[in-house]
Design a binder for this molecule. Structure first.
Ligand code: PLP
Length: 404
């Protein structure tokens, strides 16, 4: 008789956004006259930039000609794209990353979930609390998280690092010693960012205790403050202890198009073994490449005109973020984030729980947001709004929130 991976049975609840979806559907059915606006899910709304579309069309035409048709992509991704990434995302920031340290993928969710394949099940992970749920769930699936402790809403073998207003939503170094540390800055869900010196502390700590940092920089394009590092490799020694994960989803609207990459420096070793070789093997064995057409579209993001166009898209969302911040503060809310990230993290009023505030917002303002408690126990009493809606919808939502 076959056996299942019973670690899957330890996964908690249904996915946060499907729970929200069900609640919103029920509300809409019961109130068909109400216009519900969602500032909940972190998906973009602007169409792809014209330069990206131009590249997509040209690449499609290439695929229709015998001379320019492409089959399987190289394991690590096309060199033209890896070269552009090395120059624009790293060299331009003073980080020397070689093109064979860059692995093109279909996005940051897959990479942040799959990276665990190259680590032993015996590693202890540390995550921020609240956290992007993929890091915890994929470690549960791998059998690395231990058992779920209902009362504490935590897994027994995971080190949770609370991120609350008291520490500016940047975790303190943990008391217990982790082997793998997940950090995400600018952060989803809290919208917080980490300064260069603070990030250097984490790099020094990881080097000191022999841990590896998985650094998710999916929201790097939203950084506005010059003191915030765009890549962990701006920190000294990071190439010896950090893997960085990036996405084209939030900087260039590729959420439905799918493109991302992971950097695994060759200096990052466990004894004599390079993690780069392990990830190359994993990538070559289990992944057959992001489509040529999409990698060409990714190239357009690095052209002069493409850069200008995607910067305008990010600015559009950040205008929403500023508006949400200002209007909520004016309405008396305590608000965080939204300055170097497209997420606004607010304290729920009058000590209401995250789900109580969700219900209030849905029923009184017909606005959908995301309960902070869905991202971890330290998210209780907080609430996330995203800046990814249209400007018009954002204004309309804020008008309604102001009337509660
Ligand atoms: C922190 C973080 N990492 C990764 C992702 C997923 O990115 P991608 O669309 O590239 O899979 C998201 C998406 O919301 C995210 O918030």
């Amino acid at each position: 008789m076959f056996k299942i991976n019973d670690n899957y049975l330890k996964l908690q609840g249904s996915y946060l956004f499907s729970t929200i979806g069900k609640k919103v559907k029920a509300y809409r059915e019961a109130n068909p006259d109400k216009d519900v606006i969602s500032l909940g899910i972190g998906d973009v709304t602007l169409p792809l930039a014209p330069e990206v579309i131009k590249s997509l069309h040209a690449a499609v035409d290439e695929m229709g000609e015998a001379d320019t048709f492409r089959g399987y992509a190289p394991d690590l991704g096309y060199e033209f794209l890896r070269q552009a990434i090395a120059e624009n995302d790293y060299k331009a920031r003073g980080a020397d990353i070689a093109i064979d340290e860059i692995f093109i993928s279909d996005g940051a969710k897959s990479d942040s979930g799959n990276i665990g394949d190259i680590f032993s099940v015996d590693n202890r992970i540390a995550v921020c609390d609240p956290v992007y749920p993929v890091y915890v769930d994929t470690n549960v699936m791998a059998g690395r998280a231990g058992i779920y402790m209902e009362n504490e809403q935590r897994f027994s073998n995971v080190i949770y690092m609370p991120c609350t207003a008291e520490n500016d939503f940047v975790p303190q170094l943990p008391d217990e010693r982790p082997d793998i540390i997940y950090l995400c800055f600018p952060n989803n869900p809290t919208g917080s960012a980490i300064g260069r010196e603070e990030l250097q502390k984490w790099v020094d700590y990881a080097l000191n205790v022999g841990a590896v940092i998985i650094y998710d920089a999916a929201y790097e394009a939203y950084i506005t403050n010059a003191a915030i590092p765009h890549t962990i490799y701006e920190c000294e020694g990071a190439k010896k202890c950090a893997i960085e994960i990036r996405s084209f989803s939030k900087n260039a609207g590729f959420t439905g198009t799918r493109l991302g990459f992971t950097v695994v420096p060759k200096e990052l070793k466990c004894g004599e073994v390079m993690l780069n070789s392990l990830w190359a093997r994993r990538h070559g064995t289990k992944f057959n490449g992001a489509p040529y057409i999409i990698q060409r579209a990714g190239m357009a993001v690095y052209s002069d005109e493409g850069k200008k166009q995607v910067r305008e898209q990010v600015a559009y969302y950040m205008k929403n973020a500023s508006l949400i911040r200002e209007r909520l503060i004016a309405a008396g809310y305590t608000v965080y984030g939204g300055i170097n990230a497209p997420y606004i993290w607010l304290k729920t009023p009058e000590n209401s729980t995250s789900w109580e505030f969700f219900n209030l917002l849905l029923e009184k303002a017909n606005v959908v947001g995301t309960p902070g408690s869905g991202f971890g126990p330290s998210g209780e009493g907080y609430f996330r709004l995203t800046a990814f809606g249209s400007y018009e919808n954002t204004v309309a939502a804020l008008d309604k929130i102001a009337q509660i």
